[in-house]
Design a protein around this ligand. Structure first.
Ligand code: SAH
Ligand code: SF4
Ligand code: F3S
Length: 442
């Protein structure tokens, strides 16, 4: 085969961990179809963008990329748009970017081999756009994980919750869980291949419903944590309405389950939560937090918050600030509300102006920074286990992550050369609002 006949691809991924992991599966599928991955657009015959449309900014990124590289179509390059923007915009993408030959949403990735044959044959406007009818998950034995120690497993796809602001139910299809046997088989294979950390993924991971009827989500967590060789099990994202005390009990009873829960609240005001159609109120959310705080282990809690949802008053926003004080999160991802296509909130009156949104976001982040400063200080003097991720050569510090998912920069005796994936014990000697400092215990 000459170089020009060789099939090469370049892929860029935007968005959440589900997208990152989907890309690992797409890469595996392409490799299996005889493609070779390259790291620059210039070298590639096929350019794929795995896209995100959670907020408008994320969506615009892909159209900027497509505009930037339009001229390369003349060199015979083909372009494919995958993921959430693909599913959301569908064939409209061909009108906006006529050099795109494939548009494929995540519910259709299992058809990728067939779709690739079509674009290789020179077909234009090829689509894989299954709608919410799909019951199947995308499972493949060809997943090309790019980290040999820590890997994702998707256990549930899609979403049926339809929060008033969110595109996911439209872009990811209906909620469907993988059966527990297939999840455990994949986890065992990963353990045999040397993985020590597994992260279970789902838009609402704890809404998991085993089609075999054998395991609850908490039991599945426990079963993955029981696999010989597995030292850490994480899961994200949990939806408060499906968060049961059994999850906390599982974490308490099994050291391999990491002491971290990501539990997006979105707002501290019951009125706003109601308008968002979040299915819980402030008190119900705080009840879940109380379960987590009552655990024997020190479980870190992180969350997502949207400011400026239509109708959010200053009093509502104050409720969100007060929730930060009550819960004392270890981390908050905060966003300005972004109006999204197809969602009910698009029609809501009382939009919050951009200036108020910016002010509220800044106030929230400033408050949370102070809270985190204290939250991270509480670890001073503790010993924590980290999985080594790499080294900051300039500072001479190793970088690792604790079970609580906190970044820990630490020094080790110069004679010791650590390798990524190794677990070591570190004494915490300092902290910042987003990271810890320490010294390896030898
Ligand atoms: N399924 C998860 C969240 C997934 S989306 C849950 O229900 O908690 C990730 C985060 O993006 C959300 O928690 C929310 O904070 C944010 N987000 C979603 N839609 C948004 C929008 N239209 N504008 C701003 N932020 C949004
Ligand atoms: Fe979006 Fe709500 Fe579903 Fe989360 S639960 S993915 S925020 S619709
Ligand atoms: Fe984005 Fe789709 Fe994930 S919209 S956040 S890539 S589910």
């Amino acid at each position: 085969m000459t170089v020009s006949e060789e099939k090469t691809f370049y892929i860029e991924t935007f968005g959440c961990q589900m997208n990152v992991h989907d890309s690992e599966k797409v890469i595996g599928t392409l490799l299996c179809q005889g493609y070779r991955q390259v790291l620059t657009i210039e070298e590639a015959g096929l350019v794929l963008y795995n896209t995100c449309s959670i907020r408008d900014k994320a969506e615009q990124k892909v159209f900027h990329r497509l505009a930037d590289y339009k001229k390369l179509e003349r060199q015979g390059k083909k372009f494919a748009v995958l993921g959430c923007v693909a599913q959301q915009e569908g064939e409209k993408i061909f009108d906006r970017a006529p050099h795109v030959s494939l548009v494929c949403g995540s519910a259709s990735y299992r058809n990728l081999p067939k779709l690739l044959v079509q674009i290789e044959a020179g077909n234009k406007r090829v689509t894989g756009l299954d709608d919410r009818q799909t019951d199947e998950c995308f499972e493949t034995e060809f997943t090309a994980r790019n980290n040999p120690h820590r890997g994702y497993i998707t256990i549930i796809e899609g979403c049926d919750k339809f929060c008033a602001y969110c595109v996911v139910p439209f872009t990811r299809g209906k909620e469907r869980s993988r059966n527990s046997n297939s999840v455990l088989l994949e986890a065992r294979r990963m353990a045999e291949a040397g993985y020590t950390e597994i992260q279970l993924l789902g838009q609402n991971v704890n809404s998991y419903h085993d089609p075999l009827g054998e395991k609850t989500f908490a039991e599945l967590l426990g079963a993955v944590g029981d696999i010989p060789g597995i030292k850490r099990v994480r899961f994200t994202t949990s939806h408060p309405i499906d968060f049961g005390a059994d999850i906390v009990a599982a974490i308490d009873s099994q050291a391999t389950l990491c002491d971290h829960v990501h539990l997006p609240v979105q707002s501290g005001s019951t009125q706003v939560l109601d308008a968002m159609q979040r299915l819980y109120d402030r008190d119900q959310y705080l009840a879940r937090i109380a379960w987590i705080k009552a655990a024997r282990r020190d479980i870190s809690i992180t969350t997502d918050i949207i400011v400026g949802f239509p109708g959010e008053t200053e009093a509502d926003f104050e409720q969100t600030l007060s929730l930060l004080d009550v819960v004392e999160f270890d981390g908050v991802f905060s966003f300005k509300y972004s109006p999204r296509p197809n969602t009910p909130a698009l029609e809501y009156a009382d939009a919050v102006c951009e200036a108020d949104m910016s002010r509220r976001l800044a106030a929230l982040q400033e408050k949370q920074r102070e809270i985190q400063r204290r939250r991270y200080q509480r670890h001073h003097g503790q010993r924590m286990e980290v999985m080594v991720e790499g080294k900051n050569q300039a500072r001479g510090q190793w970088i690792g992550r604790t079970s609580q998912n906190k970044v820990l920069n630490f020094t080790a005796p110069s004679a010791i050369e650590l390798l990524p994936g190794k677990y070591v014990s570190v004494l915490i000697t300092g902290s910042f609002p987003n990271s810890l400092l320490g010294e390896m215990v030898v």
